[in-house]
Write a protein that binds this ligand. Sequence first.
Ligand SMILES: Cc1ncc(C[n+]2csc(CCOP(=O)(O)OP(=O)(O)O)c2C)c(N)n1
Ligand code: SF4
Ligand SMILES: [Mg+2]
Length: 287
Amino acid sequence: MAEPITLTRTLDDYKSDEKPTWCPGCGDFGVLNALYHAMREKNYSPKDVVLVSGIGCSSRLPFFVSTYGFHGVHGRAMPISTGVKVARPELNVLVMGGDGDAFAIGGGHFMHAARRNLNLTYIIMDNQTYGLTKGQASPTAATGYVTKASPKGTIEAPVNPLLLAMACGASFVARGFSGQPKDLASLILTGIEHTGLSIIDVYSPCPTFNKVNTFKSYREEVAPLPADHDPTDFDRSLGVAASFEPRYLGVIYQREGPSYDQLLEERKSGTEADLPKVLDSLFARFS
Ligand SMILES: Cc1ncc(C[n+]2csc(CCOP(=O)(O)OP(=O)(O)O)c2C)c(N)n1
Ligand code: SF4
Ligand SMILES: [Mg+2]
C-alpha cells in the first residue's frame, strides 16, 4: 500500500504576491482555487512545478501561482510545455489557457498533443468566448452567439472539445465546472495522476462578455456522470461526450498506456552511445 502523503504545505505556499487581475465574478477564480488545492493535495514543492500558458485572460493564471511559470505566445502553450517536459521530465508540468488558445490558433497543436500523449495536464478555461479581446466568438461559442463582431449572431456550429480530443487519440478526457471547485480540484488531481496527457475542459464563465453561458445556465445544464459510466469504453464515452442535455462532468474517457516521455526514455537508453557520433556529424555539417 502506498505511504500516505503528509501535507506539509498550506494553500498560501502556492499563492504568488500577484493578486488576480480578472473581473469580479470571473470563472477563472474557481479554476485557480481548484489548482491551489490540487497542488497542495500532491504536496508539490513549488520549485518542482511549471505552469505554461498561452495568451488570454485565462492564460494569466501562472502569474498568480508561486511555481515556475511561462506566459507564452497565443496558441503556443502546448509546444512550449512539450519542450519543458522533454527537457526536464522530472518536473510537474501543467498547461493552461482559454478555448481560443486551445481550439482556434492552437488547434493544430492540440491535435498533435493529444496523439503524442506527453505526461502533461492541460486545463482549458472554456468560457465560449475570447475574453481578453472583448468577447468575440470562439470555436466553442454557441451558434447564434451575438457579439459586436457578429451582431446578427454567429452562423457556425461550435466544436465539442471532448469529441475533438477523443478523435485525436487523447488518453484522458474530462469536463469540469469552475462553479464546483471542490469537484474540479479532485478532477485536476485525477488528471495529474494519469500517465499521459490529461485534457480537462472546464466551463469557466466570462460574466463580462458572455451573457449566454453563465454560472446559472451551466448549473442548470450540467450533471454528474451516469452511475454505470465506464470511462474505458470508448464507444459509449463518445455518446457521453456528445451529450448537451445534460452536459456531463467528470472523467469521460481514460485509457492506460505509455506516455511519450516514457517511450522517449526507452529510446534514449538505446541510442545514448551514438550521441557523440551524431553531434560530431552535426558540427561537421554546420561549422
Ligand atoms: C498571434 C495572435 N493573434 C491574436 C491575438 C489576440 N488575442 C489575444 S487573446 C485572444 C483570444 C483569447 O481567448 P481565449 O483563448 O479563449 O482566452 P480568454 O481570454 O477567453 O480566457 C486573441 C485573439 C494575439 N495576442 N496573438
Ligand atoms: S473579460 Fe471575462 S474572462 Fe476576462 S477576466 Fe473578465 S470575466 Fe474573466
Ligand atoms: Mg475564452
